[in-house]
Design a protein around this ligand. Structure first.
Ligand code: NAD
Length: 312
């Protein structure tokens, strides 16, 4: 990878994080943003974070902070930013038209083999890449915030994406220390958000129906399910939770699981009286002013850092 170039288009929260991840893998990273001065600002922010990480002995990769930072540059000109890139990670606003336009422009400045990758959380590859000439080299690499500590990347193909492109993205993500997973076809919400929304829906219903408080349902996750989900998934959980593995588990619990699932309510409105009540309850625990929210975010990132260390 020495000397290989990755271009990050869009230098907000996610663009900056991707840049740090790629730098930690020893890649040259060129950042572009269409807001003048924004990419320069991003570089200053990355510099600060990379140095802080080094001081905290949490810097990823084999290179020192100054070695990593020497691989970084910012550009206000798109063609300059894309020159020599073998991989482009798009991180602009979550807006379909913006992304379509960006990829159309990007395609005009790169060679045929350059992989075009989008960070979109919710848009389908067939829509994001609908205006590109050659969707075979296009893919979605959906990170989880903050990607520096939460390593999962969902790789989602366009219907025409070449298997070799999927493989190369998988290799790149693995090499820079992320944990890629492959979706075999596109689906709304990908895998992570489909699971997340299922959890949100049932937690919401339980609070809405006055079964449990906001504080306690969050504890059900953080002190219960979440404890093992940081290390093993739900299928392995089933496999381990009966003496003789998954089939044994199903023999014992199939009926019960189906009975409980059949009592789940309809999709919540996430609105009206229930939303007002749930908002009031969470705000009593964590007021929604910037000071309190920032403090909780900082705590979250500190704990994630510790967990990431533990998982290593
Ligand atoms: P952000 O608002 O922090 O940053 C967007 C950046 O893109 C801004 O700096 C903006 O100036 C720049 N930009 C906008 N249009 C552009 C263009 N045409 N060309 C170049 N730059 C342009 O947003 P973010 O939170 O970093 O999200 C970026 C993408 O990552 C979105 O698609 C989002 O869905 C996805 N994502 C976000 C998260 C998250 O938790 N924030 C998690 C996973 C994926």
């Amino acid at each position: 990878y020495k000397g290989k170039i990755i271009t990050v288009v869009g230098s907000g929260l996610i663009g900056r994080s991707w840049a740090m991840v790629f730098l930690s893998g020893g890649y040259r990273v060129k950042i572009y943003d269409n807001q003048p001065g924004q990419a320069t600002k991003a570089i200053a922010e990355i510099r600060k974070q990379v140095e802080e990480l080094q001081d905290a002995q949490m810097l990823r990769g084999k290179l020192s902070a100054s070695e990593q930072l020497s691989l970084l540059s910012s550009h206000d000109d798109l063609s300059q930013a894309l020159e020599g890139a073998f991989f482009v990670q798009e991180c602009v606003f979550e807006d379909l038209q913006a992304k379509q336009t960006v990829f159309q422009a990007v395609e005009n400045h790169v060679g045929e083999d350059t992989i075009l990758s989008s960070s979109t959380s919710c848009l389908m590859p067939s829509n994001v890449f609908s205006l590109v000439q050659n969707p075979k080299r296009c893919i979605i690499s959906h990170p989880v915030n903050p990607p520096y500590y939460v390593r999962l990347v969902e790789l989602v193909p366009h219907p025409e994406t070449l298997p070799t492109v999927m493989d190369m993205a998988f290799e790149l993500m693995t090499e820079v220390g992320q944990a890629p997973v492959r979706l075999r076809k596109e689906i709304d919400g990908f895998a992570l958000n489909r699971v997340q929304y299922a959890i949100i829906a049932e937690c919401w219903r339980l609070v809405e129906d006055n079964v449990i408080s906001v504080k306690d349902i969050d504890l059900v996750m953080s002190e219960g399910l979440g404890m093992r989900y940081a290390f093993i998934g739900p299928i392995e959980t089933m496999h381990l939770n009966a003496p003789n593995g998954l089939e044994d588990y199903l023999g014992r619990y199939r009926e019960g699981i189906r009975r409980v699932l059949s009592s789940f309510g309809p999709i919540p409105e996430f609105d009206g009286e229930a939303a007002a009540r749930i908002n009031k309850e969470i705000c009593e625990l964590i007021p929604s002013d910037q000071e309190h929210l920032s403090a909780r975010r900082e705590r979250r990132d500190q704990l994630l850092m510790g967990l990431a260390k533990l998982k290593k």
